[in-house]
Design a protein around this ligand. Structure first.
Ligand code: SAM
Length: 234
């Protein structure tokens, strides 16, 4: 299962990894994303997209999954102990999870919400994020019954936006519309962009690297996934 699959790009990749004999169920609570995923990735025989969430997904508690993959979702959920427990109860004996999450807002993101949104809107956005330190998540993971095979912090994530419109669209999308581009004044935008302006005075491209990420990498299969090119939001 790909839990919190979004629009399903990684689910497609997982479907390739498990091969024709395997099957991937990709789940997300956002109706629009599931619809888009179904439209974009129809015709992949071993992949299905379903509406659901970490609290209520197909086969929850069924002890039937081999592996649950969950990328950049945990930091959107407050009750992490429950998530780990639900995953544990849904896996076969010997089943595995592979999770990546953020434990801190990437600086460019924090700065964007703070500087581009009116304060009350920014506050609402900050409250949506449920960042938790790795040590606490490790503890919740172990408490649910998992043996942690590998858990480490890494520098990862590469956010490259071609222009400010693309950045604003992405901020809108990632906050499910709570970030409102129509509230971004010209003055706010200019001030924000000033810190990303090159010496020649041009903001050719917002290249926001150096985001700390955390990976659980328990399987040989997922090691291969490291060959995937870095995130490139266009
Ligand atoms: C940053 S996106 C990651 C999408 C996908 N995993 C990827 O890596 O491309 C986070 C996703 O988590 C989903 N999400 C938010 N709360 C969730 C929950 N309680 N259970 C499952 N998914 C959730 C959102 O709808 C969103 O699609």
């Amino acid at each position: 299962m790909d839990l919190g699959c979004g629009t399903g790009e990684l689910s497609v990749y997982l479907a390739e990894l498990v091969g024709p004999e395997g099957k991937v169920i990709a789940v997300d609570p956002d109706k629009g994303r599931i619809q888009l995923a179904r439209q974009s990735h129809s015709g992949i025989k071993n992949l299905s997209f379903e509406e659901g969430s970490a609290a209520n997904f197909p086969g929850i508690g069924s002890k039937s999954y081999d592996i649950i993959f969950c990328n950049l979702v945990l930091h959107w959920i407050s009750d992490k102990e429950q998530v780990f427990k639900s995953m544990f109860d849904s896996l076969k004996v010997g089943g595995r999870i592979a999770i990546q999450y953020g434990d801190d807002p990437p600086p460019f993101l924090f700065k964007a919400f703070k500087e581009l949104s009116p304060p009350e809107n920014a506050e609402r956005i900050f409250q949506m994020f449920q960042y938790e330190w790795k040590a606490k998540n490790d503890q919740s993971c172990s408490l649910a019954g998992f043996e942690i095979v590998s858990s480490y912090e890494t520098l990862g994530g590469q956010f490259v936006f071609e222009n400010t419109e693309e950045l604003l669209k992405w901020l809108w999308s990632t906050t499910l519309g709570v970030f409102d581009p129509s509230l971004v004044t010209k003055e706010r935008l200019q001030r924000y962009l000033a810190s990303y302006t090159n010496e020649d005075g041009k903001t050719a491209c917002l290249d926001l690297r150096g985001v700390r990420r955390i990976y659980y990498l328990p399987t040989a299969g997922y090691q291969k996934a490291k060959k995937r090119p870095p995130f490139l939001y266009k």
